[in-house]
Design a protein around this ligand. Structure first.
Ligand code: PMP
Length: 405
């Protein structure tokens, strides 16, 4: 088989691969618990279902404008005014097939080959790969103090003549960290001073806990949308639990949006008009579904923290957003991939190796499933790893005895 060098160098998405492994095990009847999952278990909010169905029954399902349905853009303008306190024009918005396509399209639009993009560790696995896919160079900044938040001095040191952009994701996948407003203010000021695009991946922005706020970058710039370096990516996948709708959007200057539209026109033409109608329903309908999802996830987070602090040797930062945490498991095994494989084999629990997110020795655990998934999953992990835990456990209807510690 002949494939390009670039394509060959792009790694498989580890989370999607784990989903597939878990699915195959489940199909064989194995009682797998999936703590690797990146989506909530809720049903799509009712207004979204209704407007999706209403669009289908018209039978009028055609191409939409490349940059998105005007009515969905109106809903996004309202959303942006409400949550970002910024009025943008329809020409500042392009709707894509998920925030993933938004980010890819954006990187394709701004990077020349060998241009560098600053990525803060821990980072979402797709950023470095997407940067490489457009012949850019990811420059990873890892906090030296072992925390999940690099300091501005560390970022400054990584910036050079080829730095074109920086990606900031807060609340952060995989750590659940919400960067303080003072940090966001610093990076906005820094990027504008240096002329670097600041790509804010805000996909989890309303999934925050304990009264925390994910400070919007727009708050810290005096520039208008045409001249600011701040670019915002958002979508409905996480906050509304509508991952399968594949709707994301970018807010940028008219000039950049126009170029992104040209690229999208040559690749996917537009996003499905049925799914855009569904997204419009979600954004314009009652927002109670978002709050109940947030509360349920916050409760799951509390349960997971309770279980983790009783786990000997595991260190964890309490997440203030998303539905992930990134505990340090180096007390058990410094090789996170090895540890993940061991947990899947012995305890039938899916976790994601921290190495994939630039944090070796850690595991990403998701609490987006049920409380039962969280408690049982952690109980199994303790059984597999901690010699002080009981050495017998029921997994499904099988009684297992630990004989390796
Ligand atoms: N950004 C981050 C940080 C994510 O975790 C994800 C989904 N895992 C995305 C973007 C992509 O979102 P979408 O499903 O809208 O493509």
């Amino acid at each position: 088989m002949s494939v390009s060098q670039l394509a060959r160098s792009i790694v498989e998405s580890p989370t999607l691969r784990l989903n597939e492994e878990a699915r195959l095990l489940r199909e064989r009847g194995e009682p797998v618990i999936h703590l690797g999952i990146g989506e909530p278990k809720n049903k799509a909010p009712f207004p979204a279902i209704l407007s999706t169905a209403a669009k289908i029954v018209t039978g009028d399902v055609k191409y939409s404008p490349t940059d998105g349905l005007p009515s969905l853009k109106k809903a996004i303008i309202r959303y942006t005014e409400e949550h970002y306190n910024r009025v943008v024009a329809p020409e500042n918005i392009i709707i894509s097939s998920g925030a993933k396509q938004s980010i890819f399209n954006l990187l394709y639009t701004v990077l020349n080959p060998q241009d560098e993009v600053i990525v803060l560790a821990p980072y979402w696995v797709s950023y470095p790969e997407m940067i490489r896919m457009v012949y850019g160079v990811p420059v990873i900044v890892t906090p030296e103090d072992g925390s999940f938040q690099p300091r501005l001095e560390e970022i400054e040191r990584a910036v050079g003549p080829y730095t074109k952009a920086m990606i900031v994701n807060s609340p952060n996948n995989p750590s659940g960290m919400v960067y303080p407003a003072s940090f966001i203010a610093e990076v906005v000021e820094f990027c504008e001073r240096k002329g670097i695009y600041l790509i804010m991946d805000d996909i989890y922005h309303k999934l925050v806990f304990d009264g925390t706020e994910a400070a919007p970058a727009y708050r810290f710039t005096k520039k208008d949308t045409e001249s600011t370096k701040v670019i915002v990516v958002n979508g409905i996948a996480k906050v509304y639990g509508m991952t399968g709708y594949r709707i994301g959007w970018t807010i940028a200057s008219r000039e950049l949006t126009q170029v992104m539209t040209n690229i999208q026109a040559q690749t996917t033409s537009c996003v499905s008009s049925i799914l855009q109608a569904g997204a419009e329903g979600a954004l314009l309908g009652l927002q109670s579904a978002v709050e109940s999802l947030r509360l349920q996830i916050q409760n799951n987070r509390d349960v997971m923290m309770q279980e983790l602090v009783s786990f000997r040797g595991v260190k964890v930062h309490k997440p203030l957003g998303t539905f992930y945490c990134l505990p340090d498991f180096r007390a058990y095994n410094g090789n996170s991939l090895e540890l993940c494989r061991f947990l899947l084999k012995k305890a039938l629990v899916v976790t994601v190796p921290g190495k994939e997110f630039g944090m070796e020795g850690h595991l990403r655990l998701s609490y987006s499933g049920t409380v039962k998934d969280v408690t049982e999953g952690l109980e199994r992990m303790k059984w597999a790893l901690d010699p002080q835990s009981a050495n017998e456990i029921y997994i499904g209807d099988r009684k297992l005895v630990r004989d390796w510690l």
